[in-house]
Design a protein around this ligand. Structure first.
Ligand code: AMP
Length: 140
């Protein structure tokens, strides 16, 4: 399997389509999932190309996991969460739809179920959540 540089996250990285940015450093970018399954649902991606866990190199994985830990801790506070679910899918048979490595960060409240997939969020709500997360990650 080869990397397709026309995937939607590659376009976000090139600035060709917008996203609600939460955090970035040299190696990683975090933005809001447009079809969130929980309040504060974020995606953490490497800035360099790889399809998923199967072809990522050690540096990409290390960078993405460190960023995932950082924003997961921030999301616990911002969303008064009791826990965080991390999801990651590999190839179509594994549930992957966008073929640029990404980790889902899902803040969870005790007893709350994840919302069904495929429901677009209100962009104003995503912008507001991203702003709260950005402020908290800067202060962390
Ligand atoms: P999966 O590859 O199965 O992990 O799913 C891809 C995820 O990307 C889904 O949760 C989508 O809601 C999300 N997604 C797709 N397009 C965008 C986009 N333009 N901006 C933010 N999230 C997206």
């Amino acid at each position: 399997m080869t990397y397709d540089s026309d995937n939607i996250f590659a376009k976000i990285l090139r600035g060709e389509i917008p996203c609600h940015r939460v955090y970035e450093d040299e190696q990683t970018l975090v933005f809001m999932d447009i079809m969130p399954r929980a309040d504060g649902h974020m995606l953490v991606i490497p800035k360099t190309p790889c399809r998923n866990l199967l072809d990522a190199d050690a540096a990409q994985l290390a960078a993405v996991m460190m960023t995932a830990q950082k924003v997961a801790n921030v999301a616990m506070g911002v969303f008064a969460a009791d826990g965080v679910t991390v999801q990651q899918f590999n190839e179509a048979a594994g549930g992957q739809e966008v073929f640029h490595l990404h980790f889902h960060i899902l803040p969870r409240r005790t007893g709350d179920a994840l919302r069904p997939p495929g429901i677009m969020a209100d962009p104003d709500m995503l912008a507001e959540q991203a702003a709260r997360l950005r402020a908290a990650v800067t202060a962390a």
